[in-house]
Design a binder for this molecule. Structure first.
Ligand code: ARG
Length: 462
């Protein structure tokens, strides 16, 4: 059976598309998510056309009202979506024609689907930047809460996942606050750069109608219209900046997720996830699995994937619009959805998790974690060059290791057998509490420093 040609552009077509053509061409299955943005863009455009004397006020009013009806139909799941009408733009316009008749046909004056989709998608991505910003703020607040509770809880700091030096729980939590704050600023930068309007670029070359692009830009909350109509319809760098920022943020999330997985294991016992954020096993009754953390760690893959996919779609495309660009949306939607979900889950887990303070402190004392403190003491008190102090300390570590003991377990006599001038004072710096308290350099792990950073962040976020 031959279908009839599309009512929106079928003038020069005798027949409609093959069913497979319709399937590959249609985007309505996913771009319906931009319905609110599409209708906002169309309402701004119609109002501008009337102000500029291009359509009548009564037509603009009918269009504006009719579009609100369409929006409420969509919001209440009463809208008759049609695959034959390809995308959200043509679905909305066709429905508007059903509702208000002839004036609907005037809406597309001085505009094309190319600038229309560019404006819709920009508005959608801009909204996501705002949503992610709020979600990041919530996560930072949860992390700061943990940091405040445990500004002086001692835990091992790791390099190479080997115990390196004692640090504080608060310091570790605040490290992520810094990372997520930079993520926020990346999204804010992207948002500021994307906030220019493509509307009125029309198909690619601009239009001969006396439109006012500044007016529509302002009505849609953009800073100004984009200055080049070819660029306006051709680029998707705004979505790529969103995805790149999302990828970096997701990478940060995956590191925290990985730490939570490790920390909640029986080998570490650094944290206990609350019941709300744990799952059991259907066969092993003792299990408490950190599934949310694992899923966050895994979901990162699709966010990176979306970034690579859109870079690949855009790479090598000649100016201006090509239908390839319709592939910009699904991946971005998916990345945004999963980033939001991961941020919300992480905030919940972090807010609810309970650090096991004795376990943290006991672990902090293992692995000769205060060896650097000992070397520093030899430099500070005995005036040794650091390299020599490093060597003496290494010898003492080997001695302790041979006894299956830690550094504070060595006797003074044993220490003096390696260096005769070592005194009993040295034992002060071998305790993990003293170790962290001594690291007062700016940005260091001392509780006093951590509390200062917490206060600064609380002030900045208030
Ligand atoms: N559905 C299309 C997209 O997402 C809208 C733009 C279509 N433009 C065109 N010239 N066929 O890219």
């Amino acid at each position: 059976m031959t279908k009839t040609a599309n009512s929106m552009w079928g003038g020069r077509f005798a027949a409609g598309p093959d069913a497979i053509m319709e399937a590959i061409n249609a985007s309505i299955g996913f771009d319906r998510r931009m319905a609110a943005q599409d209708i906002a863009g169309s309402r701004a455009h119609a109002a501008m056309l009337a102000t500029c004397g291009i359509i009548s006020d009564s037509d603009a009013d009918a269009i504006g009202e009719g579009l609100l009806t369409v929006l409420s139909e969509i919001e209440t799941d009463q809208f008759p979506f049609s695959t034959a009408l390809e995308d959200i733009h043509m679905n909305v316009e066709a429905r508007l024609r059903d509702l208000i008749g002839e004036p609907a046909g005037r809406l597309h004056t001085g505009r094309s689907r190319n600038d229309q989709v560019a404006v819709d998608f920009r508005l959608w991505v801009r909204d996501q930047c705002d949503a992610v910003d709020a979600a990041l703020l919530a996560l930072m607040t949860a992390l700061i809460g943990q940091a405040e509770a445990g500004a002086d809880w001692v835990m091992p700091g790791f390099t190479h996942l080997q115990v390196a030096q004692p640090v504080t729980w608060g310091h570790h939590m605040m490290a992520y606050v810094e990372m997520f704050a930079r993520d926020r600023s990346r999204f804010a930068d992207a948002r500021a750069r994307m906030n220019t309007s493509p509307l009125g670029a029309a198909a690619l070359a601009g239009t001969s109608f006396p439109i006012d692009r500044h007016m529509t830009a302002k009505a849609l909350g953009f800073d100004r219209p984009m200055a080049n109509s070819l660029d306006a319809v051709a680029d998707r760098d705004f979505a790529l900046e969103f995805l790149a920022s999302a990828s970096i943020c997701a990478m940060h999330l995956s590191r925290l997720a990985e730490e939570l997985v490790i920390w909640s294991s029986a080998q570490f016992r650094f944290v206990k996830m609350s019941d709300k954020w744990s799952t059991g096993s259907s066969i092993m009754p003792q299990k408490r699995n950190p599934d949310a953390a694992e899923l966050i760690r895994a979901k990162i893959g699709r966010i990176f994937g979306a970034n690579v996919a859109l870079m690949t779609v855009m790479k090598g495309l000649p100016l201006t619009y090509s239908k390839d660009m319709q592939e910009d949306k699904e991946q971005t939607f998916d990345a945004a959805d999963n980033l939001m979900l991961a941020l919300a889950a992480m905030s919940g887990m972090v807010a609810d998790m309970q650090a096991n303070v004795p376990s943290l402190e006991a672990a902090a004392a293992t692995g000769f974690s205060t060896a650097t403190d000992l070397a520093d003491w030899l430099v500070r008190v005995l005036g040794m060059p650091f390299r020599d102090a490093h060597h003496v300390t290494g010898t003492l570590v080997a001695m302790a290791e041979a006894k299956s003991a830690d550094l504070p377990d060595l006797t003074l006599a044993e220490m003096q057998s390696v260096h005769e001038h070592i005194t009993a004072d040295v034992f002060d710096v071998l305790g993990v509490k003293n170790s962290v308290a001594s690291r007062v350099s700016f940005g260091g792990t001392a509780p006093s420093e951590v509390r200062a950073r917490i206060a600064e962040w609380k002030g900045a976020l208030a």
